[in-house]
Ligand binder design. Structure first.
Ligand code: GLA
Length: 695
């Protein structure tokens, strides 16, 4: 059993790593070890109990408490803060029992209870042995007769080995500029990254990597974690005066409260954590493997090629215009034709109609079926855009149910993109959405749904809330999960895309429901290289929908634009009717090449050979699972001449095997391609896609 009781506590061993915790002399559950797996049970340090140091630094404060609750003389970021009915606001947790559950994955459950008040806490650890990951969440239960007000309930605190000065890797940005990758030394004190937007957001993303400043793309020890949550989240990285480093992650406590009724439980979202000795790339590949093994429906299958008509026709759509685009898309080799925004009742612009999800009778007099039939006759499946969580004030839905929106009673709700948010915390709103989209999917042969979310919350009120109105922050997200989960279960043949103005909701929570995410609304290929690389820290290539549209087409060659998007899940979004014959012929050829390598891109391991964030020569290598084949994408963005591209070290190949790179007569070992490298010469905004085969 990879989880065992080691006498001094518990050890959780994955293929290469271990995580240990135990009970200290004071009866507290404390962290013992997180690092490479060790040969013997006694190799893991016992629980340590710090000595009294000064009145200001008590043992309670210095202890490496596994899931600290606010209370006593402990001042680090707690995982838990609650208020009891009599006004007491601190919590004293005592260990109450452990349970080992074999199974796949195996699980350790540790029970804790408050010394005096009726609060039970269960810490759940699931071990993903082959992915080198520990998955954690916490369950709070009110075992008393009066409500308990929960003000913070994180999923986990990860304690890093002592004595190092860590560097934090994370992602920041904004709409249309998501995915700015940062690697920055942690300052003293607490660094907070979060979302307050009711989605995981374009601005930061709920994951982290921590290394001691020396890790590189393919070497060095990297600790990492990611939260499976699509709403407000918070990450607190705390570097203390004693030199300890902790990363706490979970539901954001900002503006949050949850009234836990007698007998009620609250389970936090899951958080995975792991470490890799193979640098940032190794850490990413562990997360990719976890997604493939545990979250995604498709593991290594090549994903269908999509045409999406949004950028071509915007709101100006009807059977004829879409039919003509579909003919071009089919001729190019596209496999799913997606009609985006604008197909439904009176949706002429973004000023009206969200909520009225039936086909516009003016543009689709016989409904969607004639277009779907035409698309199917061209050999493609049909896909559609929806934005379930939103309503336009100018819509039949809003006129019928003005009370269904998120709002404060005394304030006019603020519109963004002329839309308001439905309160998905309400079961009646959830039921309405399930019925509406179940009907749409039952009545039509729709195989792909793009679920969009084009604004963030404002006036986060819920006047009819049965509990505390601030529960909105979690109940809304549970509502999204319920509606989506129900539709997905009822319509298993549909592929789902999560889009929120591009990459505003691309997290491990939503990927329990969506099969793919749209990485950005920005379709400039040089931007895509950066955004894709950032999302690929966490998510594998087949999940990352990347567009070839007409953005900066005059500056960037078609091949460059295709190559950038081909390193993810390719979507064609240009106005094909306006492309020249020559462009369409070139695109057809590029698509044929994409289809020839897509099994490796979508099923293989991803190696970022050079970063788009700090080099004008970004390059990505995908290596098939059996290492027999690889495909290289290499780019040169603008670099003033004379500029010589440094040789590319090809990682991930079998060092002993011999490989040939397309276009070169050389047969060299994997080790040679890695150390002597591959020399390429590219001009500004040129790119290359090369196949590599074991010979
Ligand atoms: C968002 C999406 C786009 C498109 C539009 C439609 O911005 O990210 O791809 O679907 O909405 O309104």
């Amino acid at each position: 059993m990879p989880i065992y009781d080691s006498g001094g506590g518990w050890v959780l061993e994955t293929a290469r790593t271990a995580y240990a915790l135990g009970i200290d002399e004071r009866g507290q559950l404390v962290h013992r070890y997180w690092g490479p797996r060790l040969p013997f049970a006694d190799d893991y340090p016992p629980p340590s109990s710090p000595r009294e140091w000064a009145a200001f630094d008590s043992p309670a404060h210095l202890a490496r408490t596994e899931y600290p609750a606010y209370g006593g003389t402990s001042y680090f970021e707690p995982c838990l803060k609650v208020g009891f009915a009599d006004g007491t606001r601190d919590t004293r947790l005592r260990f109450a029992g452990a349970e080992l559950r074999p199974g796949e994955p195996p699980e350790l459950r540790l029970a804790l209870r408050d010394e005096h008040y009726p609060l039970a806490l269960t810490l759940v650890y699931r071990l993903h042995e082959q992915n080198d990951l520990v998955e954690r969440h916490a369950i709070l239960c009110n075992t008393g007769a009066a409500p308990i007000l929960v003000e913070r309930a994180f999923s986990a605190q990860w304690q890093l080995p002592l004595g190092k000065h860590y560097r934090l890797s994370h992602m920041c940005g904004r709409w249309s500029d998501e995915g700015q990758l940062r690697r920055e030394p942690l300052p003293s004190g607490t660094t907070i990254l979060e979302s307050r937007r009711i989605s995981s957001s374009h601005h930061h993303s709920p994951w982290f990597m921590l290394d001691d400043g020396t890790a590189q793309q393919e070497q060095g020890l990297v600790f990492f974690g990611a939260l499976a949550w699509s709403g407000n989240w918070k990450l607190c990285c705390e570097l203390s005066g004693q030199g300890t480093t902790r990363a706490s992650i979970g539901l954001n406590d900002w503006d949050f409260a949850y009234r836990l009724e007698p007998g009620e439980s609250l389970a936090t979202p899951a958080c995975v954590g792991g470490l890799s000795a193979g640098g940032f790339g190794g850490a990413s590949r562990l997360l990719h493997a976890y997604l493939r093994d545990r979250l995604l429906r498709e593991r290594r299958e090549p994903r269908a090629l999509i045409y999406n008509s949004w950028e071509a026709t915007l709101f100006d759509i009807d059977v004829e215009s879409q039919g003509r685009l579909a003919e071009h898309a089919a001729a190019l080799g596209c496999e799913i034709f997606v009609v985006d925004d604008g197909w439904f009742h009176r949706r002429d612009s973004d000023r009206a109609a969200l909520g009225d999800w039936w086909p516009d009778a003016r543009n689709f007099p016989k409904g969607l079926t004639p277009l779907i039939d035409r698309v199917n006759a061209l050999g493609m499946a049909f896909g559609i855009w929806i934005e379930p969580e939103m309503v336009s004030p100018d819509s039949e839905l809003y006129r019928a149910h003005p009370d269904w929106i998120i709002r404060f009673p005394g304030r006019p709700p603020t519109e963004a993109r002329n839309q308001l948010m439905l309160n998905l915390a309400r079961p009646d709103v959830q039921d309405h959405l399930i019925a509406t989209f179940d009907h749409l999917l039952a009545e039509h042969d729709i195989r792909y749904v793009k679920w969009d979310m084009n604004r963030n919350v404002s006036e986060p009120g819920w006047p009819e809330a049965p509990g505390d109105a601030r529960e909105l922050w979690v109940r809304y997200v549970w509502g999204v999960y319920r509606v989506w989960g129900e539709l997905r279960a009822r319509h298993p043949r549909v592929t789902w895309l999560s889009c929120s103005g591009g990459g505003g909701r691309a997290d491990l929570g939503i990927l329990g429901l969506a099969d793919r995410v749209q990485i950005s609304d920005n379709t400039d290929a040089t931007a895509i290289l950066k955004i894709q690389e950032s999302f690929a820290q966490l998510l594998p290539a087949p999940v990352l929908e990347s567009w070839v549209a007409d953005t900066n087409a005059e500056r960037l060659p078609l091949a460059f634009r295709f190559h950038a998007a081909m390193a993810g899940a390719l979507v064609i979004g240009g106005h094909l009717a306006r492309w020249s014959e020559a462009q369409r012929a070139e695109a057809t050829e590029l698509i044929a090449q994409y289809k020839a390598v897509r099994a490796i891109v979508h099923g293989g391991e991803r190696y970022q050979l050079r970063s788009a964030h700090d080099s004008p020569f970004p390059a990505i290598l995908f290596v098939s699972e059996d290492r027999a084949e690889a495909v290289l994408f290499a780019f040169r963005v603008y670099a003033p001449d004379p500029a010589e591209m440094p040789a590319l070290a090809l990682h991930g190949l079998d060092p002993e095997a011999c490989y040939a790179v397309e276009g070169s007569a050389a047969r060299r070992s994997g080790l040679s391609w890695m150390h002597a490298g591959l020399s390429l010469s590219l001009g500004n905004f040129e790119s290359a896609m090369l196949r590599i085969k074991r010979v």
